[in-house]
Design a protein around this ligand. Structure first.
Ligand SMILES: [Zn+2]
Length: 94
């Protein structure tokens, strides 16, 4: 088994891989969708230090947990999406 102690899982890897994954424990709750109207809807989250919500654009890929909408960036920050392809190996079981 490779030694992964050099990689801190709390830091994003400098990875050019564009693939994203829903953590395997959340696949029943998390949905990814495309905004199909130009109605004003906002990401439910904010970037740290920012005081405005992100306007979701017509055609933007967003993430929903059944209640709230999140832009992809915030979804990653909240752990609804991950770039960690082997997330199921790195997560503690719930
Ligand atoms: Zn956002």
């Amino acid at each position: 088994m490779p030694n992964e102690s050099e990689r801190n899982s709390s830091e994003p890897a400098p990875d050019q891989d564009a693939r994203l994954y829903v953590p395997i424990n959340d696949t029943e709750n998390i949905n990814v969708a495309v905004k199909t109207s130009s109605s004003k809807e906002y990401c439910f989250s904010k970037f740290p230090g920012q005081d405005h919500f992100h306007l979701l654009m017509h055609g933007e890929v967003f993430v929903t947990n059944g209640h709230d909408m999140y832009c992809v960036e915030c979804a990653i920050r909240h752990g609804f999406l991950t770039r960690d392809r082997l997330n199921w190996q790195h997560q503690t079981k719930r």
